[in-house]
Design a protein around this ligand. Sequence first.
Ligand code: UDP
Length: 256
Amino acid sequence: MSSPSDAKSNASSELRYKRVVLKLSGESLADAGGRGLSSQEMGDIARQIKLAHESGCQIAIVIGGGNILRGASFSGSNALVQEATAHYMGMLATVINSLAMQDSLETLGLSTRVMSAVPMEKIAETFIRRRALRHLNKGRIVILAAGIGNPFVTTDTAAAQRALELDADVVLKATRVDGVYSDDPEKNPHAVLYETLTYDQVTEKKLRVMDATAIALCQEHGKPIVVFNFKRDGTIVKAVSGENVGTCISAEASPQ
Ligand code: UDP
């Protein structure tokens, strides 16, 4: 009898990645100001995901909630809302975004499931690893909401954690810049874009790629991370297809 993850081999054998976890920030669903939800942005992303899915790759999406709320912004001791509470509020923000993305994808005819790490049965299925694998094997796009269901972490950690659990080949982190730079490219015109990096280089150079827990999880289990600019038309498709886009972080980097 085959295990749920064996069916990953049902995906086309020509694909570099048979299963991916795509991490979208909440801000990617918003207008330039980074708040709320933009139909235009969600539609553009949904169209790219549809094209990527047509390649035959299985896609699980982890969506952040930063366009609505991040728990860490309530960290001051004077805050009216306790930080732990605010993290739960942030998790709920990811559920709002996940539902919006679900409808955006289904409008295009895709079959999806939202699975929440925090049970809320009237809104979404609860995340159960084997059930998520079954959805993926049936060609459904699985949208993973509420992070990992625990406070004090971000959805970057959720993306790494779910990539490990679901045996994804890579974590694809969609951003508004072309990859990982030596410095903030919007402030420093001499900032260099890295094509490849090792996990150790990310940590040593204190590069702001994903949070430290996410990097540590990926490093420990050798899970590559690709950071790319989803605003460039077609890059989600290219990233899912395994074309060289942005910055690839793995155990081995080429000389820079
Ligand atoms: N969050 C959490 N646990 C999780 C995932 C998220 O507590 O497993 C909270 C945390 O406060 C986080 C917020 O939800 O800041 C929104 O997620 P994130 O900041 O990752 O969103 P993004 O920056 O990707 O839009």
